[in-house]
Design a protein around this ligand. Structure first.
Ligand code: 5GP
Length: 202
């Protein structure tokens, strides 16, 4: 059986990454979404085991030290990490897996799994990102300024990803990410077995 493809999707907060990923998962239930562990408190509407595994710092550190995390990173004072087991189990079953993670963790996954495909979702501009954060109305002017500055430094890291998609229009962005995921599955780096299989059958 052909192994599934590991996709890493990153984007600054306010880019609509969560909505894009939800749409992709709804349209293709065979894709496995990797549920991360985090030490941050659940937000309203979030469910343990669905959005995240909400655990405390000692439990997180125990998992980390036991090698149970594929990657982890600290973001805004909280730890976030990808439980290793389910990712490789699903890939071995031939299912594609999406990690929705920030840039430091993404680079760790790329180093550990060079076959992973990185997709970075960009806002149309920093100006538009600021406008969206202001419209959301959940953050103070100071927090918005910090988020925009963080977004800028994350966007600078997008050059380390295989693909970038601009989320100007949601429908267009969803279609583009799907197209990129489909195309990525034909990359030569993911098809050495296919090539060998063809060569071996004379
Ligand atoms: P939030 O607290 O808004 O849900 O997530 C904050 C950031 O952490 C987002 O950029 C999100 O993609 C990232 N994140 C979520 N899960 C993980 C994870 O397992 N590892 C890493 N490195 N980042 C994560």
């Amino acid at each position: 059986m052909k192994r599934g493809t590991l996709f890493i999707i990153s984007a600054p907060s306010g880019t609509g990454k969560g909505t894009v990923v939800s749409r992709i998962l709804a349209d293709d239930p065979t894709i496995h979404f990797s549920v991360s562990a985090t030490t941050r408190a659940p937000r309203e509407g979030e469910t343990d085991g669905v959005n995240y595994y909400f655990i405390d710092r000692p439990a997180f550190e125990k998992l980390m030290e036991g090698g149970g995390m594929l990657e982890y990173a600290e973001f805004c004072g909280n730890l976030y990490g990808t439980p290793r087991g389910p990712v490789f189990d699903r890939l071995c079953e031939g299912r594609d897996v999406i990690l929705e993670i920030e840039t430091v963790g993404a680079m760790k996954v790329k180093a550990a799994c060079p076959e992973a495909v990185g997709i970075f979702i960009l806002p149309p501009s920093l100006k538009e990102l600021r406008r969206r954060l202001e419209k959301r109305g959940t953050d103070s002017e100071e927090v918005i300024a910090r988020r925009v500055a963080e977004a800028k430094s994350e966007i600078e890291k997008s050059v380390n990803y295989d693909f970038v998609v601009v989320n100007d229009d949601l429908e267009a962005a969803v279609s583009e990410v799907k197209a990129v995921m489909k195309a990525a599955k034909s990359m030569t780096k993911l098809n050495s077995d296919t090539i060998e299989g063809v060569l071996s059958k004379c």
